[in-house]
Design a protein around this ligand. Structure first.
Ligand SMILES: *Cc1c(COP(=O)(O)O)cnc(C)c1O
Length: 398
């Protein structure tokens, strides 16, 4: 009998973590790799947040807390959802989990089982399909187009729906494309979801990293009906540069949140107690540092998009949010580099790493062959050097 379950054999290790570790391995050997692989901000956690953690630690806040989060944190989350998203929740509609990823996994655990289909637009964040598979359900991947800013069109959503469809996963602004849905685009999707009474899992982890006056709207805020159909997922990792702290949360219908809290109570219990106090400060304290971060990200985005657009054969969508670019490199397929033919985005990513010492993530892992993802959560000096290397390395592909 096989030792490991079929469930675990269905999934693969996270490809974004894999390229990051390959790059770090090369760096440890002394190779100066420019790493565009990382999916986390390069800024430090804001000082007041660290201070709040130190204070909590010294005050002995080191014991178990309620599974779903301390009341102070639930209140901070409720206030945030009201202030930023115009959404009204009560504590029983909130669950604090070990990162947005864990929040999403709790949702998958209580909503999905064998026979269920879950609609996921591609390019997608790597964990969505695998979390669906881990819960015996079937991911239904629906491609989006670069010309549509990688936003799913309502008719494509409608076409993908079957009697087995359980939910739809929305991610705006998106990892890996940086594409984001306007209020009008969301309203069109919401119309389809309402018509079919479909649940929407709305991953809004990048909501505050947006450019050029783009306005983030939560799909849950569009109508009372959508509020009842939506699980909003958010967290501190990206917006507060707190990836290592592990704080994410879900807001949604009471019965679903209660089921998720029951699961979490049997698996991880509460998240780190000190992190919870730090998160209260992150969500409730001054938010002005964000303006500087977003201005810095925007400078890097503009530079990197311009440089990609100057490379022959590459097209590059200008993202409205997050800190990734997702250039189309399909023109290089079928061409030769170092005597080898480049056939996939993985081939191209490997070539860039080996020949140019630049780490990018192949689009294949995001369900989008023909693209690569670069994170610009790295210094301007690194970006300048990296883009020079990419242009140089690609010019040798014939
Ligand atoms: C980073 C990320 C998350 C969650 O990250 P956590 O560190 O687990 O909070 C969720 N969704 C997307 C699209 C992300 O990029």
């Amino acid at each position: 009998m096989a030792r490991l379950t079929q469930r675990v054999q269905r999934i693969k290790p996270s490809p974004t973590l894999a390229i990051d570790s390959k790059a770090k391995q090369l760096m440890a050997q002394g190779v100066k790799v420019i790493n565009f692989g990382a999916g986390e901000p390069d800024f430090d956690t804001p000082e007041p947040v660290k201070e709040a953690a130190i204070k909590a630690l010294k005050a002995g806040k080191t014991k178990y807390t309620p599974v779903g989060g301390i009341p102070e944190l639930k209140t901070a989350i409720i206030n945030k959802l009201q202030r930023d998203n115009g959404l009204t929740y009560i504590p029983e509609e909130i669950l604090v989990s070990c990162g947005g990823k864990h929040a999403l996994y709790n949702i998958a655990q209580v909503l999905f089982e064998a026979g269920d289909e879950v609609i996921i637009p591609a390019p997608f964040w790597v964990s969505y399909p695998d979390q669906v598979l881990l819960n015996d359900a079937t991911p239904v991947v629906v491609p989006t187009q670069e010309k549509d800013g990688f936003c799913l069109q309502p008719e494509d959503l409608e076409r993908a729906i079957t009697p087995k469809t359980k939910a739809f996963i929305l991610n705006s602004p998106s990892n890996p494309t940086g594409g984001a849905y306007s209020k009008e685009a969301l309203a069109q999707l919401a119309q389809v979801l309402e018509k079919h009474n479909l649940l929407c899992i709305s991953d809004e982890i990048y909501e505050k990293i947006i450019y050029d006056g783009f306005e983030h709207v939560s799909i849950a805020a569009l109508s009372p009906r959508m509020r009842e159909l939506t699980l909003v997922v958010n967290g501190a990792s990206k917006v507060y540069s707190m990836t290592g702290w592990r704080m994410g949360y879900s807001a949604g219908p009471k019965d679903i949140i209660a089921a998720m809290t029951k699961v979490q109570g049997q698996v991880t219990t509460n998240i780190n107690s000190i992190t919870q106090w730090a998160a209260v400060e992150a969500l409730s304290g001054p938010q002005d540092f964000l303006k500087d971060w977003v201005a810095e990200f925007k400078k890097r985005r503009d530079f990197i998009v311009d440089r990609f657009r100057a490379i022959p054969g590459v097209t590059c969508f200008k993202p409205q949010g997050a800190f990734y670019v997702f250039p189309n490199i399909r023109a290089y397929f079928g061409k030769k580099a170092n005597g080898k033919t480049i056939e996939t985005s993985d081939d191209l990513a490997n070539y860039l790493l080996e020949q140019g010492q630049v780490a990018v993530v192949a689009g294949s892992g995001f369900g989008a062959e023909g693209y690569v993802r670069l994170s610009y959560a790295t210094s301007m000096a690194n970006i300048e050097e990296g883009m020079t290397r990419i242009a140089q390395t690609l010019s040798q592909v014939k």
